[in-house]
Write a protein that binds this ligand. Sequence first.
Ligand SMILES: [Mg+2]
Length: 161
Amino acid sequence: MSYFQPSELPRCLDSINLTKLWNMGKRGIILDLDNTITPWRTEEITEEADRFIKSALDLGFSLCLLSNATRSRAKKIADLYQIPFLAPALKPWPLSFKRALKILQLPCAQVVVVGDQIFTDILGGNLVKCYTILVPPLLNKEFIGTRFMRFLERKVMGRNL
Ligand SMILES: [Mg+2]
């Protein structure tokens, strides 16, 4: 399996079947911030993301925010739901994912990584052998580095994206 290949490619966060994941034995979710639950560099969570996080918590999942954003931004969002966070992380550096697994106190086999970027979320999640879910970015204004990564992502994924 390619390290760039997500386990799932849903249309949006709402399309993620949390009950199915629970029945597969998953108990924790490592969640990205920018463009996954908030539009880039904003502090507002989308309604869909709010629903997703609340449903996951209701089902009994443990969540950990893992973001390359600043500590203060990640903390604000994490505090809203009283979930732990790790930021700034150096995704895809596997050690940051391992630290998140430690916070969740779960083995990789029970943890799902949800994020919008192949080269950070999916690659890092795959390197530590988590189940990885790539969601489309909430986007809009992204900085040039991210736009370049999107270009590379399309190259790597070919017609899958
Ligand atoms: Mg992101």
